[in-house]
Design a protein around this ligand. Structure first.
Ligand SMILES: C[S@@+](CC[C@H](N)C(=O)[O-])C[C@H]1O[C@@H](n2cnc3c(N)ncnc32)[C@H](O)[C@@H]1O
Length: 248
């Protein structure tokens, strides 16, 4: 796999083991650097920002999952969508290694596991370059003072509107319902209700009980957390947005 650089530098700094005070405390840090295909460490991944087709060895529309965890959903998404290039982004070393192993075990040739901080998604994608975005059970960050840590936020929706191609989708699932129910408001407001320009999304389906109502999209793939939370008796909320119309 070859990579090329341009003048742009990434916003996310991926520390080398020698830059960390106790690099041996996390066995997966070194393993993730040594793993090789299909795992891309952050320091390699951003170089493909405008040329993902080179990383995959073929041109195909992109599907991107954010916070892939152990990769169960990602591997299945890749298998069910052989005509797409599929990327999973996960920040934790152990989980990205597991994710890469899951891709290998599934035999999914069209998937890559990328260790990256999704706060800096614009290091990885250009405008109008992604067909589908998936956020499954993002960390809740319920306290108001942690609002800036939430993945489902105004900045994330703005970035999604930028990366997604017209007609492309953003799908969010969560047992923490606020991650889903806050989305509609954030399309034309900030987190404190301040009016903001309308984002070019149409909500095509929404539920607060995916198991009873069905998912707002065909062919739902249950994630590891989804199964775990359902087993605990929690209901799963979900929303689908299509890029286009509103505010466009
Ligand atoms: C609650 S888990 C859900 C995992 C998986 N999506 C599922 O549904 O089974 C949230 C995942 O998001 C990852 N995550 C949290 N913040 C992240 C960030 N800024 N960038 C990338 N991954 C992140 C966590 O490490 C964790 O694996």
């Amino acid at each position: 796999m070859s990579s090329t650089t341009d003048d742009r530098q990434p916003r996310y700094h991926d520390p080398l083991p020698e830059e960390l005070p106790f690099p041996d405390n996390n066995l997966f840090l070194k393993e993730h650097f040594a793993f090789g295909h299909p795992l891309l460490p952050a320091r390699d991944a951003w170089r493909f920002r405008d040329r993902w087709s080179e990383a995959f060895g073929r041109e195909a529309p992109l599907l991107v999952e954010i916070g892939s965890g152990n990769g169960f959903f990602l591997a299945e998404l890749a298998l069910r969508n052989p005509d797409f290039n599929v990327i999973g982004i996960e920040i934790r070393y152990k989980r990205i290694v597991r994710c890469a192993k899951k891709i290998q075990a599934a035999g999914a040739k069209n998937a890559l596991a990328i260790r990256y901080d999704a706060t800096f998604l614009d290091d990885l994608f250009t405008s109008n370059s992604v067909f589908g975005l998936y956020v499954n059970h993002p960390d809740p960050w319920p306290k108001a003072r942690h609002e800036k840590n939430r993945m489902v936020s105004r900045w994330f929706l703005e970035q999604s509107a930028d990366f997604l191609q017209d007609g492309g989708h953003l799908r969010i699932k969560s047992d923490y319902h606020d991650n889903v129910t806050r989305v509609a408001g954030l399309l034309d407001m900030g987190p404190n209700g301040e009016p903001l320009p309308a984002l070019p999304f149409t909500i095509t389906g929404q539920t607060t009980d995916l198991d009873t109502d069905g998912a707002p999209w065909p062919d739902d793939i249950k994630t590891y957390y989804q199964k775990k939370m359902t087993a605990q008796g929690l209901t799963i909320a979900a929303i689908e947005l299509i890029r286009g119309a509103r505010g466009a």
